[in-house]
Write a protein that binds this ligand. Structure first.
Ligand code: SAM
Ligand code: SF4
Length: 378
């Protein structure tokens, strides 16, 4: 049976963080309840389309999925299990914000088959957490983390951020060492991107942000420290213990199919990439009339690339890079002949070639966007 991933978006947060432009907002429990109603209807109405598929990953992301009450979560979990054909042992992840987790919620996750938690820690420095606009302290994180471990969750990922205003190398090292000391199975480390329509975007000029050299030093420190501590890098920003890569996120990078549910959720199915409009009210209204939300076909830069360029771009995000035999099997062409510019980056040490695969070195990953603009054909 063909495999699919399901992404389910929960567009609520207790409060927006100063840097974040993901589609989410604070709102009442009543609105959340009507959203869960709509989401369940969406899954139910669309499920017949996927009857010949098996879902081997489910990812509930946000926003803050852990804001849902245990009852709401159970309703959603039951709908997923009833209507989507889940593979035995499917990876089932939920994103958690420290400060929003309770024992009752963890019990509800367990009862619905959640087996992976992704917790947004960002930094272990309380002052930094305040400046990011986070709703939690390090102590809140520790309480959530240890509670999850006590409940038997044995696959936990932590999100960290670097390149933050006023962040020193020592701050970053402290965060890394503390994060490692909890022994999570997986760590994602994202460089702050200042987004235009956020509080940080509005005061960007006055933020004390690191320059490119310092950002690179931070990135190199993360890669080395995590490697020394048994986390192997498998994507630009993702590191894991053996066997603990995010199977759901790998689908995105390996161009495998996934179905999104909820406003702003993206999908890739039957060769088509589409998303739903980021509007909670329109989404809820159309589903209240038993109508599916309108799909918006994607036409952004990434998706206007031809198939070969898209393949190369996505593979280069991964540590394994482009395997020349697989490339030949896929396109019937030699990678080095199709992308001759790659050689200059092999010579400069940004790209490694082991006789079979071309893949970024750490310094290559850091400037991967630039290198891709130089080698892709678009
Ligand atoms: C979709 S968010 C949701 C996670 C969860 N709500 C939380 O904040 O704990 C996933 C992750 O993206 C990262 N992120 C969000 N906005 C970012 C930005 N502007 N720059 C870099 N990383 C960002 C954060 O590390 C965050 O944990
Ligand atoms: S980072 Fe997470 S908690 Fe903060 S606003 Fe974005 S989605 Fe919400």
């Amino acid at each position: 049976m063909r495999k699919l991933g399901a992404y389910i978006h929960i567009p609520f947060c207790e409060k927006k963080c100063n840097y974040c432009d993901f589609y989410s907002s604070p709102c009442s429990e009543g609105v959340r309840d009507s959203y869960i109603e709509a989401l369940c209807k969406h899954i139910e109405l669309e499920a017949p389309l996927y009857k010949d598929y098996e879902f081997d990953t489910v990812y509930i992301g946000g926003g803050t999925p852990s804001i849902l009450t245990p009852n709401s979560f159970e309703k959603l979990g039951k709908t997923i299990k009833k209507h989507l054909n889940l593979t035995q042992g499917a990876e089932f992840t939920i994103e958690i914000n420290p400060g929003t987790l309770t024992l009752e919620k963890l019990i509800a996750y367990k009862s619905q088959g959640v087996n992976r938690l992704s917790i947004g820690l960002q930094s272990t420095n309380d002052q930094m957490l305040v400046s990011l606009g986070r709703i939690h302290t390090l102590k809140d994180f520790e309480e959530s983390y240890f509670l999850a471990r006590e409940c038997g969750f044995d696959n936990v990922s932590l999100d960290l951020m670097y390149g933050l205003p006023n962040q020193t190398l020592n701050d970053l090292i402290e965060t890394l060492e503390e994060a490692i000391s909890y022994q999570p199975e997986h760590i994602s480390a994202y460089c702050l991107k200042v987004e235009e329509n956020t509080p940080f975007g509005k005061i960007e000029a006055s933020l004390n942000l690191p320059d490119e050299d310092f950002e690179y030093l931070m990135y190199e420190t993360i890669v080395e420290k995590l490697r020394e501590n048994g986390y192997s890098q498998y994507e630009i920003s993702n590191f894991s213990r053996a066997g603990r890569r995010s199977q759901h996120n790998l689908k995105y990078w390996l161009s495998q199919e996934y179905i999104g549910f909820g406003p702003s959720a993206h999908s890739f199915f039957c060769g088509e990439r589409y998303s739903y409009k980021p509007s909670l009210s329109e989404y809820v209204e159309s589903l209240s009339k038993d109508m599916l939300p309108v799909k918006q076909l994607e036409e952004n830069f990434e998706h206007s690339l031809d198939k070969m360029d898209e393949y190369v771009m996505l593979r280069f995000r991964l540590n394994d890079g482009v395997n020349t035999s697989e490339f030949y099997k896929e396109f019937g062409k030699e990678f080095a002949k199709e992308y001759p510019q790659i050689e200059q980056f092999v010579r400069s040490g940004h790209v490694n070639f082991d006789g079979e695969k071309y893949f970024f070195s750490t310094k290559g990953f850091f400037v991967s966007n630039y290198i891709l603009t130089q080698i892709l054909k678009f």
